[in-house]
Design a protein around this ligand. Structure first.
Ligand SMILES: [Fe+2]
Length: 480
């Protein structure tokens, strides 16, 4: 999606937009702008593009805009790619652009950040973040104009990469937040000790920081669970290490010999005692968490569980192979890791036979326990899965309700997001919005489902006259 568009009063082809829906649904994704200095664009080098649909009085307006990062602004001025990466020139599956940037006079002092993985609400703004490479970028929720790097970026750590300038840091793509206080629970990770640095950010911009010097290894720390008392961070043997480039490997490693270690990090006193639980869980991988419940002495950590990380490794690929990612190379099913808080014993359960991923919840209840989970589900396809439906799960009864969005039509069914019916509705009462890119037909859709019964199909279909670009993640901001 190499253009910026404004579509006012989007066409509704089925049903009506609920009049009580007032807010914006924001997503961001890596988008091809121009070739890099090394030619084709590795996924994680591509500039972030924000897509937003806002709702008010039964009317929807769509906009998409590039994130004006320092990298984007430099390359706009020069009308060419200005960056090269350690892992940008293999010409095959090893190119991801998570290695160091080759610095030269053309890009010195300019952050490499592309803000292309997630966009989430914080202190009245939307923040686009890319997990590594650059600090969060604040976006105006109405105009989608880039307001700039968050003012608290100098208080963040730098993650995998050498900072290019003062305040050039990084921040997790999947922070969670306290819906009452607005505190954002984030972190960064690196291939050198202390491996993970926690950052709790308050709405006034103050940042509480702790380096985890007891971290067992350099995990790719992509997501966490939030409970009333803890930030629960899983150390899984999916590693990132720049030293692998010396052996002509890519940055990512899967080492199932290492144990899964769970860190219970105090949520209300970051500098209090951390409980480290070394489990004997089998070699599994949770890329995205759904949510957690604490039931008596049990900590239930829910999420789709993969048989292996959905990233390419040297076990499967050789030089010259094309890149394959995510659901094309691995599959997951909703599952639960249960930790006995008295003994520290852990067990793993599969909760559904249905392949699924992209878990989401009613985010007004982050950190409070939950009942309702939303995912994109699918069917097994070779060693991966083909995503085709919306799946709603009652996590207390495990009752599932689904709606199949596509059959064999070429389309991307993107992550579903919950929006409440009223600002104070009970958990899980409202709407679920699912973006669908019918790319072969060059059109896009937003489907709105009522949580009362999603199996009836969408109550509303909103059409866009072009295919919408791929976006991994996004969030809802309520205007009420
Ligand atoms: Fe993610």
């Amino acid at each position: 999606m190499r253009f910026e568009a404004t579509v006012d009063e989007c066409i509704v082809t089925h049903g009506e937009i609920p009049k009580d829906l007032a807010g914006g649904f924001y997503r961001v994704g890596p988008t091809w702008k121009r070739p890099t200095k090394q030619g084709p664009n590795p996924l994680l080098s591509m500039d972030g593009m924000v897509q937003a649909i806002t709702f008010e009085d039964g009317v929807a307006n769509f906009k998409n805009r590039w994130v004006r990062t320092p990298k984007y602004v430099l390359e706009e001025a020069r009308k060419q790619g200005m960056f090269e990466w350690q892992d940008g020139g293999f010409g095959d599956w090893r190119d991801t652009a998570y290695g160091e940037v080759k610095r030269d006079l053309g890009n010195q002092g300019v952050s490499r950040g592309v803000a292309n993985i997630n966009i989430f609400p914080f202190a009245g703004e939307m923040l686009a973040a890319s997990e590594q490479g650059g600090p969060p970028i604040a976006i105006d929720p109405i105009t989608l104009e880039t307001r700039g790097i968050v003012p608290w970026s100098p208080k963040l750590s730098s993650g995998l990469h050498t900072p290019a300038a003062y305040g050039d840091a990084t921040f997790s793509a999947h922070p969670k937040w306290d819906p009452d206080t607005g505190v954002l629970y984030g972190w960064t990770y690196s291939d050198e000790a202390p491996y993970v640095v926690m950052h709790y950010v308050s709405p006034d911009g103050s940042v509480d920081t702790r380096e985890l010097w007891d971290a067992p290894y350099n995990t790719v720390a992509h997501d966490i669970w939030l409970t009333p008392e803890w930030v629960v961070m899983p150390f899984q043997p999916f590693l990132a290490d720049k030293k692998r480039f010396e052996k002509d490997l890519n940055i990512w490693e899967w080492n199932p010999e290492l144990p899964i270690v769970i860190a219970l990090i105090p949520r209300h006193d970051l500098h209090g005692e951390i409980r480290w639980i070394t489990t004997d869980l089998p070699a599994q991988y949770i890329m995205h968490t759904m949510s957690a419940n604490v039931v008596g002495n049990e900590l239930q950590l829910d999420g789709p569980i993969f048989n292996r990380p959905p990233f390419p490794f040297e076990q499967d690929f050789t030089a010259g192979d094309d890149i394959a990612l995510f659901f094309s190379i691995a599959k997951s099913n909703l599952g639960r890791w249960t930790i006995d808080l008295e003994t520290g014993k852990a067990k793993s359960e599969q909760l559904s036979d249905r392949p699924s991923e992209l878990p989401k919840v009613d985010e007004r209840f982050y950190g409070k326990g939950y009942e309702w989970g939303y995912q994109v589900g699918g069917v097994v396809k070779r060693s991966g899965m083909k995503m085709n439906n919306l799946t709603v799960t009652n996590m207390k009864t495990m009752a599932e309700s689904t709606y199949q969005i596509r059959d064999n039509e070429p389309a991307a069914v993107l992550e579903a997001t919950f929006a409440p019916r009223k600002i104070d509705s009970p958990e899980g009462d409202g709407y679920i919005i699912v973006p669908v890119s019918w790319w072969a037909e060059k059109r896009g859709e937003y489907l709105i489902f009522d949580t009362d019964d999603v199996s009836d199909g969408p109550i509303c279909r909103i059409e866009l006259p072009f295919q919408i670009g791929w976006t991994p993640h996004g969030h809802w901001m309520d205007f009420r």
